[in-house]
Design a binder for this molecule. Structure first.
Ligand SMILES: CC(C)(COP(=O)(O)OP(=O)(O)OC[C@H]1O[C@@H](n2cnc3c(N)ncnc32)[C@H](O)[C@@H]1OP(=O)(O)O)[C@@H](O)C(=O)NCCC(=O)NCCS
Length: 217
């Protein structure tokens, strides 16, 4: 029996489950099972799929185990990725059927590409990338590990996004230029709707148009 799972029964996971189900639809149902795995869920069934704790899933006999980490928080995602790797679990790439991918794009393991995502040409993307609905990545971008795009992110050409950055819904990032990319630093947070016109330092949170550091009262 091949065991497939979506880790996380939250909003992200419930969006990912039908995509993964569709990708697995060519496998006979008696040789494969797709369920939710979640250690904190209060339900045992969600949208018609079983829900069980990770360790219970690991105990089920399996010829193959593959999982999608549908958790938006990149640090939690990394912690789970480390745990799954140690347990010999493979990472499933979730890819909506209408994803557009052009020439020379490389993507690390465990990505989630939601409906209407577009990746144009000459793009490098690290591990466990989440690109939510209607996001795009334009030419010559380099994206690190555990980067998260909320819905509708517009990542234009010649942009570098470092590990663990989070880009909020509808944010627009101005293009860089060849040899002089615009850089979103490691762990930076771009607020929803921000218009980013210049590089953002590691760890900073920026909001607004043009995007400026969020100053808390
Ligand atoms: C930027 C962000 C991370 C800040 O979150 P936070 O630290 O919890 O900040 P708060 O909600 O306490 O807001 C702090 C202040 O910034 C303002 N603010 C927050 N986000 C803002 C944004 N994106 N644009 C403009 N102003 C914003 C708030 O109105 C508040 O202003 P006030 O102090 O005058 O009342 C968050 O608001 C955000 O944009 N997250 C992305 C959400 C998203 O894309 N979700 C998609 C889910 S799939």
């Amino acid at each position: 029996m091949m065991r497939y799972a979506v880790f996380g029964v939250g909003g992200c996971g419930r969006g990912v489950m039908p995509l993964m189900r569709q990708q697995l639809s060519h496998i006979p149902p008696d040789s494969c099972e797709l369920i939710f795995v979640d250690d904190n869920a209060k339900v045992t069934l969600c949208n018609g799929s079983r829900v069980m704790p990770y360790h219970d899933w690991l105990r089920l006999p399996a010829s193959r185990r593959s999982i999608s980490l549908a958790i938006a928080d990149s640090q939690v995602r990394k912690m789970l990725a480390d745990r799954c790797r140690k347990d010999g679990v493979e990472f499933f790439e979730v890819r909506a059927g209408n994803t557009v991918q052009l020439d020379d794009v490389s993507i690390g393991e465990g990505a989630i590409l939601c409906p209407f995502v577009t990746l144009t040409s000459n793009i490098r993307i690290g591990k466990h990338f989440h690109a939510n609905l209607y996001s795009y990545v334009e030419h010559d971008c380099v994206i690190g590990d555990f980067v998260t795009f909320a819905p509708g992110v517009r990542c234009n050409g010649n942009i570098v996004i470092e590990d663990h950055a989070y880009i909020g819904a509808g944010a627009v990032i101005k293009q860089g230029s060849s040899g002089m990319p615009l850089v979103i630093g490691r762990g930076a947070v771009i607020g929803m709707g921000a218009v980013v016109t210049q590089s953002v330092p590691a760890g900073a949170t920026v909001i607004g148009n043009p995007a400026r550091a969020l100053v808390r009262a």
